[in-house]
Design a protein around this ligand. Structure first.
Ligand code: 13P
Length: 288
């Protein structure tokens, strides 16, 4: 089908009461597993490469690989650059064919966050690429971005309308109590805050830090109007376990690398299928 933008893939999510999963990948095997899981569920899917993943695989390699994967399935696939703080890299990714980017200026003050996000939106528009930005500061560790408890800040609903209006973004990441990485204790989501934000904007909302969020909390977020949910750490752990198990189960005389990394595809596909069931996006491929 080819790549679609974030704007296209999230259209109708709020009214349809489902969210599209944004899944982080770091190599061919997990990316292909994510696509296969989504295709098996006839669900739209967002493949997310962090700056670290782009550095590891190569920017044009990521763009070419995921474009090829998208063309081989009949579901909408969006290729998204996740949590980018390097604006030169964002522009390179847009030129390379990413259909969506996240400009993460959340560490800056409100006015600077608006100015930087707006500048990226204006550039991205020239290429028909979507933009996600973050308001508030999601806690935890996401690759190069580390936000400790003292720094993290929930999204102030009052800040939302002007931010969306002046930046022209296609999706807004909100901080409502989730954190990046595995949770040390059960997350406490601020649903009242989410309710206020949903009432104040039509802009599709994004929940970061999906690994370890209880199923009922996910479902409540989706019912309330969350449009995109990001899952990264759980897939990294799944990837590592699949490789470890394959190495442990295979005699040393076997030297075909596919025997060791191949199982990652099915393992990641299973995680993705489970999340799609929770997010309600199965059989929504036709919606986009
Ligand atoms: P987790 O790694 O906590 O699942 O968060 C992923 C994420 O939000 C990527 O932007």
């Amino acid at each position: 089908m080819g790549l679609v933008t974030l704007k296209e893939i999230l259209a109708g999510t709020r009214e349809g009461h489902y969210a599209v999963g944004g899944f982080n990948f770091n190599s061919y095997e997990d990316a292909q597993g994510i696509i296969e899981g989504a295709a098996a569920k006839n669900s739209p899917v967002i493949l997310m490469a962090s700056m670290g993943a782009v550095q590891y695989i190569g920017l044009h390699q990521v763009a070419g690989m995921v474009k090829g994967m998208a063309e081989s399935v009949d579901i909408p696939v969006c290729l998204h650059l996740d949590h980018a703080t390097d604006y030169a890299l964002i522009k390179e990714a847009i030129r390379a064919g990413f259909s969506s980017v996240m400009v993460d200026a959340s560490a800056k003050d409100y006015e600077e966050n608006i100015a930087d996000s707006r500048a990226i939106v204006q550039f991205a528009k020239l290429y028909g690429c979507s933009v996600e930005a973050e308001l508030g500061k999601v806690g935890g560790k996401e690759e190069h971005i580390v936000v400790d408890d003292a720094t993290k800040a929930y999204t102030d609903p009052a800040d939302v309308p002007r931010f969306v209006e002046e930046t022209g973004i296609d999706a807004l990441a909100v901080a409502i109590g989730t954190v990046h990485g595995f949770y040390k204790s059960e997350p406490k989501l601020d649903f009242e805050r989410l309710e206020k934000i949903v009432k104040l904007t039509d802009c599709p909302l994004v929940l970061h830090g999906g690994s370890g969020v209880p199923v009922e909390d996910f479902k409540k977020c989706v019912r309330m109007g969350m449009s995109k949910i990001n899952v990264g750490t759980e897939l990294k752990a799944t990837y590592s376990k699949a490789v470890r198990d394959a190495v442990a189960a295979t005699p040393e005389s076997v030297f075909d690398p596919r025997k060791y990394v191949g199982p990652v595809k099915a393992a990641c596909a299973e995680v993705v299928k489970g999340k799609i069931d929770i997010f309600g996006s199965a059989d929504k491929a036709w919606k986009c």
